[in-house]
Design a protein around this ligand. Structure first.
Ligand code: FES
Length: 156
């Protein structure tokens, strides 16, 4: 981890407790997650206890304590999506990627998460990949959805 990046972020946000969320948000944006060493630096500079920083990081879903994959997959398990087969879709994603909810694939391509309603229940079951909605997702569609993002990764 490049500590100068964290130092710059801390300086930009004033090394104060008031700027904590902004500081953590900038670190998350820079590294894709909140590395432990970065949290220790934030704790030292701001005087905020490390355990409190972990509490903040755990409370806000925007923060992650583990490295994230290149693509974020969110499978909706809200009631409407659930009754339309959201759990089966989730099982298919897990099976095809060999990854559990909250984890990232070994090749660092995909992180899998679940959400409880995305506000588009009529389109359920919904899978969102990198903020792109895939409505009426059936297990037969899962592989083609995943392949689309695999191809995007290969093109970059
Ligand atoms: S329950 Fe899935 S979008 Fe509402």
């Amino acid at each position: 981890m490049d500590t100068t990046i964290v130092s710059d972020i801390l300086e930009r946000n004033g090394n104060e407790k008031d700027g904590l969320i902004a500081t953590l948000g900038d670190i998350q944006a820079e590294f894709g997650y909140l590395p432990e060493d970065a949290l220790r630096m934030v704790s030292e500079k701001t005087g905020k206890a490390l355990i409190d920083l972990y509490g903040i990081a755990s409370f806000y879903t925007a923060f992650s304590l583990k490295p994230q994959g290149k693509h974020l997959i969110q499978v909706c398990l809200g009631t409407a999506c659930h009754v339309r087969g959201g759990h089966r879709v989730l099982d298919e994603v897990r099976r095809r990627l060999n990854v559990e909810v909250g984890d990232t694939t070994d090749d660092q391509q995909f992180t899998l998460k679940t959400v409880n309603c995305l506000g588009a229940c009529a389109l359920g079951p919904i899978v969102v990949v990198d903020n792109e909605y895939h409505g009426n997702t059936r297990i037969q569609k899962v592989n083609s959805i995943l392949n689309k993002y695999r191809e995007i990764s290969e093109e970059v």
